[in-house]
Structures are given as C-alpha cells and as structure tokens.
Write a protein that binds this ligand. Structure first.
Ligand code: NDP
Ligand code: GDP
Length: 319
C-alpha cells in the first residue's frame, strides 16, 4: 500500500512494484477533479493496475479501514504536504499531514498489523542549516522550515516505534529527486517547463528566487528502488539516499538552457517573491551506507535527468 499514490514518487514506485508482481494498493484522498488523480499514473501506464482505497492521512480511521481491508505486507508512506514554500503559509496543515500523518500510519500498524513493514519518506531538508559539509545518517539535524520540522517529527517517530515496539519501520532520508513528473512548483521542473516554453515561443523569461542555493539532485526512478530495497532487509534502519554531487540552481539553469542552445543569463530573472524566509543553502549527501548495505547506487546522471526533463516538457507543450 502506498500513500501519496498520485505524487511523483507514488507513480514511479507503483510502476516498480507492479513490475515485481506486487498487488499494489493506492491510499487515495478524494478529489473533485478526477482527471488530476491519475495524471502521473496514466503517464507511466500503471493507473489501471492499481487498486485504490479512499483515505486521508489526517483521518486515522480511514488508514485503519484500509489496513483491515487489504492487510498490506508493506506500507510506503509517501503522502505529505511536500512543498517547502507552502509550509510557511500552511504550517498547521503541514504539521498535520507531513508530521502527524506518519504517526497515524505507525499507530495503525502497531495496533492492527504488526507484521507490516513501513517505509517513511524522510527528507534531506531535515539537515537544513547544515552541521557538516557532507550529510550522512550521523549528521545532526537543523530544520529550517515548518516542512522540515514536520518531517523531523515523522523521522523520529519512525525511529522510536522501531526501537520501542520492534516494528520493521525504516526511514529513507532522501535528497531532492526529480523527473518529468516532478510538481511544477519545484525549481527544477519550473526551469525545464520555462525552457520549453521559451524554446517554443510561448514565454520570454523565467522568474526565480535564490540562484545560489545548491542541491544534490537525483532521479526519482533511481530513488524508489532504494525505498523498496529498505523494506527487503532483515533489519530495518535509516538510510541517506543521494548522489554525492551538489549543483547550484544557476548551474541547473545553464544546463537546461543549453539543451536548446540558449544562454540562461538572457532569460532568467530574479524575483524577491520566490525568496524564502529561511533558506537551505547547501545539501550534499553521502550515500555510502546505502551502497554498502542495500547495494544501491544511482544510475541516472544529472545531465541525463536535465535533458529528459527539458525534452519531456517540450513534447508535452507541443502536444
Ligand atoms: P508529491 O508532492 O508529488 O506527492 C505528495 C503526495 O501526498 C500526493 O499524492 C498527495 O495527494 C499526497 N497527500 C498530501 N496530503 C495528503 C493527505 N492528507 N492524505 C493523503 N495523501 C496526501 O511528493 P513526491 O512524490 O515528490 O514525494 C514523496 C514523499 O517524499 C513526500 O512525503 C515528500 O515530502 C518526500 N520527499 C520528497 C523528496 C523529493 O525530492 N521529491 C525529497 C525528500 C522527501 P494529492 O495528489 O491529493 O495532493
Ligand atoms: P526544496 O529543496 O524541497 O525546497 O526544493 P525546491 O525545488 O522547491 O527548491 C530548491 C531550491 O531552489 C531552494 O533553495 C529554493 O530557494 C531555490 N529556488 C530558487 N528559485 C526558486 C523558485 O522559483 N521556486 C522554487 N520552488 N525554488 C526556488
């Protein structure tokens, strides 16, 4: 069972699990806009193979009902209010969905289905004001947004339930991962969509915030493999999933514009509207533990990722 089934990672993870022969259940919050529900799942060609169950992470009885009905062996808790900028505008909702939602999953499993293995989608945003130049599982956290604070709650609850109740609950501390299915509000997708529009004559510029922040960007398809591997281990644990390379927003712009032979400096404008009240300046992960214990390593380079995203946005806009 996957929460966050309609999101970027929900789509890639469903595809992976279906290919492995899993019966895959999506924990789906109702929307009045039915066409939006299946957009990413349709693009990966998996919508028709997923069984959906109504539910909301804010509503523990719905999680209990879903677990009672489907008796899942594995739950991947990907659902969250996942956009950092929004978390300052909706801190209470973010605390509920991104923080308390995790507890609702863990409590349901503890009470009703202790054999179920749980994956918690933790985040490199928890490192925030970084305490070490390269972040590993041992690096202290310093969250810098309501989103990161809520994720930290979920992370420690996962660790605590594992240690207190012997649950098979693992926390993946995933660094930023992107794809053509990334939400349009995130900076990579905003850039590749903007590049495609400019290339096709549909826009003249892209307005962005801080260009000097750096992120350790990987591809979502690589990162969902790591989620699955964590739940196949005999012993649950926490893992950093990252590429070990950090790149600035500015450099990402340069790479994306070069895919269509344009100079980013002529089209990218900065706009204070997109600056954040507190910034995470640098993220750079050390995936050594995941490599050693899970045998995981990323296969898609940043160059491949940027090109895939730019060309997918061009194709989408042409269509
Ligand atoms: P998305 O924003 O694409 O997807 C979020 C999903 O959560 C959507 O399916 C959304 O449903 C669902 N959701 C939101 N609120 C609720 C709720 N109250 N009840 C049930 N479902 C809800 O995120 P990603 O796929 O990119 O990320 C997956 C997870 O990994 C998230 O928890 C994110 O915070 C975390 N993460 C992501 C990283 C990244 O770089 N992508 C890095 C580190 C962690 P709906 O479609 O209805 O809005
Ligand atoms: P995050 O790491 O989860 O916050 O992922 P985002 O893609 O939202 O942001 C990554 C970085 O890009 C942050 O340091 C932002 O401040 C920076 N950034 C600069 N301009 C923008 C913008 O216009 N939109 C977003 N989303 N981020 C921007």
């Amino acid at each position: 069972m996957i929460t966050g089934i309609t999101g970027q990672d929900g789509a890639y993870l469903s595809k992976l699990l279906l290919e492995k022969g899993y019966r895959t259940v999506g924990f789906l919050r109702r929307s009045a806009s039915a066409n939006v529900i299946g957009e990413r799942l349709t693009r990966l060609g998996v919508l028709q193979d997923i069984e959906m169950v109504d539910g909301d992470l804010l509503d523990m009885p719905s999680m209990m009902a879903a677990v009672a009905e489907f008796e899942p062996d594995e739950i991947y808790n990907l659902g969250a209010q996942s956009f950092v900028a929004t978390s300052w505008r909706q801190p209470h909702l973010t605390a509920q969905a991104t923080g308390m939602g995790v507890l609702n999953v863990l409590e349901t499993v503890r009470k009703m289905s202790p054999h179920t293995r749980v994956y918690q989608a933790s985040s490199s945003e928890m490192y925030g004001l970084i305490q070490e130049p390269v972040q590993s599982e041992k690096t202290p956290f310093y969250p810098r947004s309501p989103y990161a604070v809520a994720k930290l709650f979920g992370h420690w609850m996962t660790v605590n339930y594992r240690e207190s109740f012997g649950m098979h609950a693992s926390s993946g501390i995933l660094f930023n991962h992107e794809s053509p299915l990334r939400g349009i509000e995130f900076v990579t997708r905003k850039i590749t969509d903007g590049v495609a529009r400019i290339h096709l004559g549909l826009a003249k510029e892209i307005r962005l915030g801080n260009l000097d922040a750096t992120r350790d960007w990987g591809h979502a398809a690589d990162y969902v493999r790591a989620m699955h591997l964590m739940l196949q281990q005999d012993v649950p644990d926490d893992y950093v999933i990252a590429t070990g390379r950090t790149t600035s927003i500015r450099e990402f712009c340069r790479m994306a514009f070069s895919c269509v032979d344009l100079d980013y400096a002529e089209y990218v404008k900065t706009d204070p509207k997109f600056m954040r009240p507190a910034e995470v300046d640098v993220l750079l992960g050390d995936p050594a533990k995941a490599k050693a214990n899970l045998g995981w390593k990323p296969e898609i380079t940043l160059e491949m990722l940027v090109a895939e995203m730019v060309y997918a946005d061009i194709d989408r806009l042409k269509a």
